[in-house]
Design a protein around this ligand. Structure first.
Ligand SMILES: [Zn+2]
Length: 209
């Protein structure tokens, strides 16, 4: 079982509650009891160690001592040997993880998005069938959508961010004229909602900020 921050929070909450039943125990002792009860691990130390492992799961540690380490899950770049940097990473990583869990969808990282955009563009502009070209433009739009959603998670307005289907209907004025012959089909499938995303922009923002 992976131990995420939500689990650590549960342990801390229970450790607090246990004070009534065990007024003479120190906080660390109550945390140990809570870790066993909530997570079935040996003690709090083990829970914290496994949580750190989970946080660092997608981090590529720089082989160079002074180099930057990068997390491929949340795209955060940091100095892994500095505590304040690790804390900053934890905050970004947790935010993305919690939003993704709640949405049931994790936006792709930077490299994946770039790949979706270039492959999608190539497919959309090919001589293949209309259906294949529509699939291509949707793949490219998925790359844009994931970045927009990622920004919404950092900006903490992701709960209001449109679904992919709605996003497609809002982004059509930003699409290059190269895709003009695909527009009628996209409008027929997804609808057309101009004015929600400014032409030329690909990120959705809430209207009242
Ligand atoms: Zn991360």
């Amino acid at each position: 079982m992976q131990i995420a921050y939500s689990h650590i929070k549960q342990v801390k909450r229970l450790a607090k509650e246990l004070k009534q039943a065990h007024p003479t125990l120190k906080l660390s002792q109550r945390q140990d009891i809570a870790a066993v009860q909530v997570l079935g691990v040996r003690n709090y130390h083990e829970a914290a160690r496994r949580y750190d492992q989970w946080l660092m799961l997608h981090v590529h540690i720089s082989p160079d001592r002074n180099g930057a380490s990068k997390c491929t899950f949340c795209d955060f770049t940091f100095a892994a040997d500095l505590k304040e940097d690790r804390d900053a990473h934890r905050e970004v990583h947790e935010k993305l993880h919690e939003a993704g869990e709640a949405l049931g969808y994790f936006p792709a990282n930077f490299l994946q998005r770039e790949k979706m955009k270039s492959e999608g563009r190539k497919q959309a502009l090919s001589n293949e069938s209309l259906e294949t070209r529509i699939e291509g433009v949707l793949l490219a739009l998925r790359g844009w959508f994931d970045r927009s959603l990622n920004n919404a998670i950092s900006g903490e307005y992701w709960r209001r961010h449109p679904s992919f289907e709605l996003y497609v209907s809002m982004i059509l004025d930003t699409l290059s004229h190269l895709y003009a012959d695909l527009l009628p089909e996209l409008k027929a499938r997804y609808g057309y909602r101009p004015g929600e995303i400014s032409p030329g922009k690909s990120d959705w923002y809430p209207k009242s900020r």
